[in-house]
Design a protein. Structure first.
Lengths: 443, 443
């Protein structure tokens, strides 16, 4: 029994591929190797490129996987080069033939892809292993897009009675202006959100006054009065509508809120909770803490209960696989859901592998996890591992504490992503300070 | 207890409003008066204009409704004039105030609109009667669009295991060309379908050979070889993508199929069958027969069972109100579903009013209904009623047979729409010949 693991990249996640600059593509390519965390003995992994040997050995060492048993496939470079695994690459005769050959020799019983779009459905069908992809027929008709559309989410959440921020799904400039003015002229703030985007990169905050702290979007635009709002909508229309006159969301922005999520695995039997977490927004997602530390237990219960309810709607529609409900928790404890992501998220490898396999389920309730990117600057990934070991900070399977380097972006940005595991938030924060002191940034 | 009846018109039904020529708008305006069939004593009706007196008296006479008890409201003309009830007109302060005043004096417990878009949700909220609109929160977030999108339909049907024609949801020219070529080069035919359109007006049939009979689309385009397909996709791209780079459907076209439907009423309790029918495609919808006469009983059972299954998915998502599952029945009896319409359809007034109220539920299983437009040319609607009466063809409530003039397009096209009611198909056909002999076209 093997799992087919596909580290694909789609426009539904990153926006129009043609607009992704080459250095960003290179960065996505290194990020794509994180899918190795999912691998178990005998699995088949499709990556944009053959992985970095050091990273492969490190990851499989921690997951107790024999890398020699893995079959790693890479299709020829595509329209956007060799760094990202785009839909066109998954449609090449070479990868279809390679997968068909491998599938003939192994019993592939499961498929884990980042985003099960129609190219994934087509690949597994043409390679003869479509039965391994849960919800194949739904994926083949682009059903997964429904579980990732922010506009669809608002309707489904409303139908389920799950709380969302007041707002609208805008399709025409006039209604966008009216909705933004309705919020701003009453002293509130607005967030505009592209229908498809990730990590806050498709969002922008609008405020009638300066000084609002951004969270979940890169920037805050101050707009005073209808003419300024009209000009903003006109100038940003192409961006707001995803370059294709698409609908987008305008909703009330709540400052000083915590962003949290409840992630589930949707199967024929139901949506099973995979875990919860709290996103570090600075001002867009840079990391996360598992479990959430800034949310009261009763609020967390509500997050899980309502998140389960809305994810169940998508499951009932035909969605199978990982699905995550995101919400903001206002300072008064109000929970407002913002979207679902029917794909692997930036959190899934933590719950699925770091929590459940590396640290182990028996310690799940006795550990706090903090993952963060961009803060550990090093000359090489191997060098970073050495520094951690020398400082006594490397993850120790015996104690289930320490620092794991979950992703290697060193070749493009000089940064490695770390995940600190410790007994409580205070210990995690202390360890994180030690790690940051090892960074070239601290020099 | 009053029902609020709104005869609205949206882009999701007719396509971009700016592209609808004035004579077509005038025609839609006369068609809008068909909503009077729904009225019962004390109801509130919002129409684009005050109705024609003769039509009002005729309809209410047959439904045994006192027209003096009806409150008929009309908003000021909108961006597209006075003939069609567009979303902008439903947002005017005048109609909000008028409805609020009426709602304060009557107990409005139900809303029937043609299409419950966000403008309907907003109007009833602002007028203080949103509780009368089932599924209000879902409508307010544009959820109804999900139950009308042909692309969403394919995913939901696939998820429910309901059969659909082989095809794809196209988003890029290259994949459209590949899908069309895949069908045509193997000797099959294709149908391209705009995501949002009605009555076959958003469809086109593509064939590798001349001579295919069109049904469900105005025309057949013959395409030979990839260069011709590429040219077709390029030239038609704006139309195919709804003028806004929208996805569209490409699926296998089955010639000589029957188009049939199963229509349901979705409530908190479930989807209840309203009725079935067979669409007369010449080559687009010109009328229908209730119940279907060209479909075997076992096939009709499958149509109802699978139609129920897919409509239930939309109900579970939050949709409430009328919902219709359309299918084609291939010559070999195979049933392939093509779309759902989460709105009032061209059939609903027949089931809801002509079958259930004018003829009466006790006679439902002993009557065949045939409605057809465009074939009865007359100088005036009143004159047409006189001709029917003089020929002894007027509907007789005592026998539950005869001819009902269900719509009045005489002022724009010189045509009235008739519905023949009789004991069996043979009698219906004989009566229809008599009616057509009364037409100016027969002279």
């Amino acid at each position: 029994m093997s799992t087919l693991i596909i580290s694909n990249c789609t426009e539904e996640i990153v926006g129009p591929l043609a607009a992704v600059p080459p250095e960003k593509r290179a960065s996505f390519g290194w990020g794509a190797q994180r899918m190795l965390w999912y691998a178990r003995d005998g699995d088949v992994v499709i990556l944009p490129k053959q992985p970095d040997e050091t990273f492969l050995r490190y990851v499989t060492g921690l997951t107790r996987t024999d890398p020699a048993t893995l079959q790693i496939l890479t299709p020829p470079p595509g329209d956007f080069g060799p760094d990202i695994l785009t839909p066109d690459r998954l449609g090449t005769p070479e990868i279809v033939a390679a997968l068909a050959e491998v599938a003939a020799g192994r019993d592939i019983t499961d498929v884990i892809s980042i985003y099960a779009d129609t190219s994934i459905a087509r690949l597994v069908r043409e390679a003869g292993c479509e039965r391994a992809l849960a919800g194949h027929a739904f994926c083949a008709e682009n059903g997964v897009a429904l579980a990732n559309s922010k506009a669809v989410f608002r309707a489904v959440a409303a139908g389920a009675g799950v709380p969302i921020a007041p707002g609208i799904i805008a399709r025409r400039p006039a209604e966008a202006v009216r909705a933004i003015d309705g919020l701003l002229s009453s002293g509130k703030h607005a967030m505009v959100k592209l229908d498809f985007a990730a990590g806050g990169h498709g969002n922008e905050i609008l405020s009638p006054v300066p000084g609002v702290r951004a969270a979940g979007a890169r920037n805050v635009v101050v707009l005073t009065g209808i003419p300024e709002i009209e000009r903003y909508v006109q100038e940003r229309w192409t961006w707001l509508t995803g370059g294709r006159d698409e609908r987008f969301v305008i909703e009330r922005y709540v400052p000083d809120a915590v962003t949290a999520y409840a992630e589930f695995s949707a199967t024929d039997e139901g949506c099973r909770l995979r875990g919860t977490g709290e996103i570090l927004m600075e001002p867009v997602a840079v990391g996360e803490i598992i479990p959430p530390q800034s949310v009261r237990p009763d609020v967390l219960d509500r997050l899980v209960r309502d998140g389960h309810r809305v994810c169940e709607r998508f499951r009932h529609l035909g969605y199978r696989g990982n699905i995550c409900a995101d919400a903001i928790v206002a300072p008064d404890g109000e929970v407002l859901f913002t979207e679902t992501n029917g794909r692997l998220t930036a959190s899934t490898h933590l719950h699925h592998n770091i929590v459940a396999r590396v640290v182990g389920p028996q310690r799940r309730d006795e550990r706090v996890f903090l993952e963060r990117g961009g803060k550990l600057a090093v000359g090489s990934y191997a060098g970073a591992l050495d520094r951690l070991a020398a400082a006594g900070l490397a993850f120790d399977p015996a104690t289930g504490t320490g620092v794991i380097l979950t992703a290697n972006y060193v070749p493009v940005s000089g940064r490695a992503t770390y995940c600190v595991v410790d007994k409580d938030l205070e210990s995690v924060r202390a360890t994180e300070r030690h790690v940051q002191a090892l960074s070239d940034l601290a020099a």
